[in-house]
Ligand binder design. Structure first.
Ligand SMILES: C[S@@+](CC[C@H](N)C(=O)[O-])C[C@H]1O[C@@H](n2cnc3c(N)ncnc32)[C@H](O)[C@@H]1O
Length: 290
């Protein structure tokens, strides 16, 4: 079998499909770069990416582990998996198996996996306890699990202004709904990591960091595509339809004033990366296959 990896015949970058270059959503990058620093990379591993979405870190991890490894990607979002399939074909990555499934029921055998990763996946599933139980089932004793998630306090610059505005207008039920939504989506890392401990993982390392999402002002932020489809609906849903325009027009005005004084609108995103190890009979901390 000829080995053409070093033949110099690889296409130039502008001859391949652009899909090969837009693999990583920018929002996912700061979390995912830390996650990729923490995972153990060994040839031959069987890995699993939970909530792989459009392929991150799945496609990158598969390539970093090399062709001898197998990487499973699980996500219920079929259209995103079709996109991943296209990227895999464009990039010639052949060691990925995609599963259109929910992580509450993983289509994998007991003890089949050496490494589990999830980049902002666990904080998006419906039943985190069930997902963690499934991780414990499919992880072999000694398997590593690394996940990244954003933390309470995310975008506090916006939430503080929004909360103050709701308070001024006597919208106390809406304030409570806003706070409850944040609490349900962003748990302290001590709470999430304790769930893994209880399910049979040992938490070995937690790093906390933050990054700044900067915009010229709130007008730019509200119109930004990713913000408008992911976050703005969460902020609007606490308001009755008739209140949305007046409240958001005022919120935009106040945030724009802040941006004018500060020079930009910065939204701070605190996040954590947590590394766990599957415990197990006689195998505590055993290294994976080489
Ligand atoms: C914030 S996105 C993260 C996607 C990707 N990991 C990234 O970093 O760009 C969360 C993903 O979790 C997926 N998801 C939602 N519910 C899920 C479930 N029950 N099991 C597995 N994945 C789920 C969503 O479809 C979505 O692709």
């Amino acid at each position: 079998v000829s080995d053409d990896r070093f033949s110099g015949s690889a296409p130039r970058f502008d001859e391949v499909e652009p899909a090969a270059f837009d693999e990583l959503p920018l929002w996912s990058a700061p979390f995912g770069l830390r996650l990729l620093e923490m995972v153990e990379l060994r040839p031959g591993l069987v890995a699993l990416d939970i909530g792989c979405g459009t392929g991150f870190p799945l496609v990158e991890l598969a390539q970093r582990l090399g062709p001898g490894a197998t990487v499973h990607g699980v996500d219920p979002w079929g259209a995103a998996l079709a996109r991943v399939g296209h990227k895999l074909a464009v990039c010639g990555v052949g060691n990925v198996t995609l599963h259109e499934a929910r992580a509450e029921r993983l289509p994998l055998a007991d003890g089949a996996v050496d490494l589990i990763v999830s980049n902002n996946g666990f904080n998006n599933v419906d039943d985190l306890d069930a997902v963690i139980a499934e991780c414990a089932r499919v992880a072999r004793p000694g398997a590593q699990l690394v996940f990244a998630c954003n933390l309470p306090g995310s975008m506090r610059e916006l939430y503080d202004e929004y909360d103050a505005l709701l308070h001024e207008r006597g919208l106390e039920g809406e304030r409570r709904a806003l706070a409850a939504g944040v609490r349900s989506r962003r748990k302290p890392i001590s709470v999430t990591s304790a769930l893994f401990e209880r399910a049979g993982f040992r938490v070995e390392r937690i790093i906390e960091d933050s990054f700044a999402l900067r915009f010229a002002d709130a007008t730019a932020m509200f119109a930004h595509f990713f913000m408008s489809i992911i976050f703005v609906p969460q902020w609007l849903e606490v308001l009755a339809p008739a209140l949305r325009e007046p409240v958001f027009t005022e919120l935009e005005r106040r945030l724009n004033e802040r941006a004018r004084i500060a020079g930009d609108l910065t939204l701070t995103i605190p996040f954590a990366c947590c590394e766990c190890r599957r415990t197990g009979e006689g195998s505590f901390g055993t290294p994976g296959p080489r």
